[in-house]
Design a binder for this molecule. Structure first.
Ligand code: PRT
Ligand code: ZN
Length: 299
């Protein structure tokens, strides 16, 4: 393959997003080898290489065109975009897809026992965060003047150390906040892992491969929740059974050899099939129910 036509996707080297980002690329058909401490993994069957970097560097690498695509948390992408806008530079990033993993929220949290009655309670207070641009943007939108204390880590202990009155940090389960006697009082941003590219003029290495990867990714994202359901149904109950099949528009209906009163029904359900649905289908007369996971799907 011609080296000059290769493109790169920026992925977190080691952290919460690494495994699920690499897994997504693998599900899109990318075969690559990965050695310990290697910064670039070369794709063996696509002109696509993986650049392994710190998540905070991914938006910048994508904007500059060092990577054509990147996978990072929306929190990191938005912080970078706002930072650029504050310097009068264009945001420069486009979110192509939400990837449905790495979910968390950027929250303001208050120490237990400290009153909070809305954003006005932050007026004149110190708020510690690693996301100063997202926090300042929130404060500005709510007409609040507060002092933003920028910390690169261990934000949750800032109130205990007397460095801040409140914090603004990422939360997923909330266990860390609880362990530090803090409670969530506002959500500034709902975040998840996203696929991004630049809106700046950079040499596009292979638009065709980018579009192809996105189509495959759509297929992967679509089947993640989807199931293939198979069952036998009395012809007389077909209407009721079709209505019960979650999200399926037109099931495939086939005759059953030697059973004129019955049919076999196959359907792709674009959402989870719950036990309750199977029980309802059974009550409607369905038998031999099978639910299978899907691996790949194209329209
Ligand atoms: O080294 P590098 O800079 O690449 O990694 P990092 O340390 O900056 O990032 P990392 O791996 O911790 O997180 C990468 C991304 O994962 C973040 O930018 C978010 O998009 C996403 N993510 C999802 C999270 C969390 N969930 C999360 N819980 N990032 C951080 N946390 C923190 C949270 O702030 C708390 O301190 O994890 C701790 C546990 O959270 P609780 O609420 O479950 O207790
Ligand atoms: Zn980071």
């Amino acid at each position: 393959m011609d080296k000059t036509l290769r493109m790169r996707v920026g992925v977190q080297k080691s952290g919460r997003l690494t495994d699920n980002s690499l897994d997504l690329l693998h599900r899109c058909g990318l075969v690559y080898s990965r050695a310990p401490d290697q910064l670039i993994c070369y794709g063996e069957n696509m002109p696509l290489d993986i650049l392994l970097v710190r998540d905070d560097d991914i938006p910048g690498l994508v904007i500059e065109g060092a990577c054509q695509l990147g996978i990072a948390g929306l929190n990191v992408v938005e912080e970078h975009r706002l930072e650029r806008l504050s310097r009068g530079e264009p945001g420069g990033l486009e979110v192509l897809r939400n990837l449905g993993v790495g979910q968390c929220r950027l929250c303001i949290a208050a120490p237990e026992g400290v009153a909070y009655e809305g954003p006005a309670s932050l007026e004149g207070k110190k708020v510690a965060t690693s996301y100063p641009f997202l926090l300042r943007d929130y404060l500005r939108r709510n007409n609040v003047e507060a002092q933003v204390v920028v910390l690169s880590g261990a934000v949750e202990i800032a109130p205990k150390l007397g460095k801040a009155d409140f914090i603004c940090d990422l939360v997923s389960t909330g266990v860390t906040l609880a362990a530090n006697h803090l409670r969530e009082v506002e959500t500034i941003l709902e975040s998840q892992s996203v696929l991004l590219r630049t809106t700046m003029e950079v040499p596009v290495v292979s638009e065709e491969w980018i579009q192809r990867l996105i189509r495959r990714l759509d297929g992967v994202l679509q089947v993640r929740e989807s199931k293939y359901i198979m069952l036998h149904a009395p012809r007389a109950a077909m209407k009721e059974i079709s209505d019960l099949l979650p999200g399926s528009e037109a099931p495939t209906v086939m005759p059953l050899e030697g059973r004129p009163d019955k049919v076999a029904v196959h359907a792709v359900c674009p959402e989870e099939v719950f036990w309750e649905t199977l029980e309802a289908l059974q009550s409607a007369g369905a038998t031999s129910l099978l639910v299978l996971p899907l691996e790949k799907m194209l329209p």
